[in-house]
Design a protein around this ligand. Structure first.
Ligand code: UD1
Ligand code: UDP
Length: 355
């Protein structure tokens, strides 16, 4: 049994890391194929270093670009590698262009595909991620759905029940495995001069948000309102895409918001864990705030993580006036919800299913 683990972006490296560790532990033959969709040190290599992951056997160095061109280059590169180093199964995770290319390439070569984090749906086809997820799900042989909700969505789309496995999400394995490690390392709160529960943490990078002047402006305005109302700083480790767009639109970062470089995973876990509230448009960060029992306000009009809202950990605010109101509401609640994404053994369940 040989597994090809295809990944290319920050969240895929983090959420695949428990599966990679499990393969190592069980002596399973596998290799990592990195598309190079993310390539800056703080979006890529830092995670291999911090999570002590073996280097990718192949790195296609594709980089950024228009979706069609980027995906086409990945498809070509992945196909060549899968032909010369044919695995029994390809694993992809999530909903990026890397996932789309990986699933398509494997499907055309009749190689079995396992989709980790299958069955998420925002029901918003304007998001590139929604197309990627749907295609990956419909070409996969093993659909590792995090929750019963995602299983239900897949069944509704006609996917046979025997291909679907409810496993939880490897984001929990990663958070549990690394939070303790992170506490023994450098203290990011001390480094940034922060006191626990006396700051907000924020991220934003979704194309539909940061590429829109109105929506990115709405987010920054929301941060400004929050600072005025609560008087606590908003720590904003910004994705390179966001930094670029703030510059292009000529926005000023508002008083109270501290725009910093993206953090390593160990530091970011500490930042999340110590925050009073998290403001984000990230998928993984919505999940992690729920797992770490920190209230979350989502800067989007929808979410493919409805479980976080159902358990009371998250409110969907959009990118305008609602942000402050949602923050106020979330801070009035207690954080005693159940984490819906499993107890940290998802990677074991997935690997067991494959071998
Ligand atoms: C991609 C995924 C998104 C995921 C996100 C995780 C798609 C369609 N989008 O979005 O689903 O949530 O990754 O972070 O696959 N850039 C750098 N350095 C990097 C990577 C990107 O500077 O290492 C900058 C470039 O200006 C680039 C821009 O960010 O043009 C966007 O990168 P891209 O990979 O196209 O999309 P993401 O926004 O990162
Ligand atoms: N993350 C990180 N450093 C940061 C911001 C996020 O390590 O400065 C981690 C975070 O803990 C989560 C993942 O990156 O595991 C989320 O990635 P991102 O928000 O880029 O993508 P999404 O989950 O929305 O696809």
């Amino acid at each position: 049994m040989k597994i090809a683990i295809i990944l290319g972006t920050r969240p895929e490296i983090i959420k695949m890391s428990p599966i990679i560790r499990e393969c190592e532990k069980q002596g399973i033959e596998y290799y990592i194929l990195h598309t190079g969709q993310h390539y800056s040190y703080e979006m890529d290599k830092i995670f291999f270093e911090q999570l002590k992951l073996p280097q990718a056997k192949y790195n296609l160095d594709i980089g950024s670009g228009l979706h069609g061109k980027q995906t086409a280059k990945m498809l070509t590169g992945i196909e060549e590698i899968l032909i010369k180093d044919r695995p029994d199964i390809v694993l992809v995770q999530g909903d990026t262009n890397t996932v789309l290319a990986g699933a398509l390439a494997a499907s055309k070569l009749n190689i079995k595909i396992g989709h980790v984090e299958a069955g998420l749906r925002s029901f918003d086809r304007t998001m590139p991620e929604e197309t990627n997820r749907i295609i990956a799900d419909h070409t996969s042989d093993y659909l590792f759905a995090p929750t019963e909700t995602s299983r239900k969505y897949l069944l509704n789309e006609g996917i046979p029940h025997n291909k679907i496995f409810v496993t939880g999400n490897t984001v929990v394995d990663a958070a549990y495995q690394n939070l303790e490690i992170s506490k023994n390392g450098a203290d990011i709160l001390e480094e940034l001069g922060l006191t626990e529960k006396e700051y907000f943490a924020a991220t934003a990078h979704r194309a539909e948000n940061v590429d829109s002047k109105e929506r990115l402006g709405g987010i920054l305005n929301g941060f400004s309102q929050i600072y005025k109302e609560f008087g606590l700083p908003i720590i904003f480790p910004a994705h390179p895409r966001t930094v670029k767009m703030i510059g292009e639109f000529g926005f000023k970062v508002p008083e109270g918001t501290r725009l910093i470089e993206p953090l390593g995973y160990l530091e970011f876990l500490q930042l999340e864990n110590g925050a009073k509230l998290i403001l984000t448009d990230s998928g993984g960060v919505q999940e992690e705030s729920c797992i770490l029992k920190v209230p979350c306000v989502t800067l989007r009009n929808n979410t493919e993580r409805p479980e976080t809202v159902d358990v009371g950990a998250n409110l969907i605010a959009g990118c305008g006036e609602n942000i402050t109101e949602c923050a106020r509401k979330m801070m009035e609640l207690n954080s005693e919800w159940e984490n819906p994404y499993g107890n940290g053994n998802t990677s074991k369940i997935i690997v067991k299913q494959l071998i």
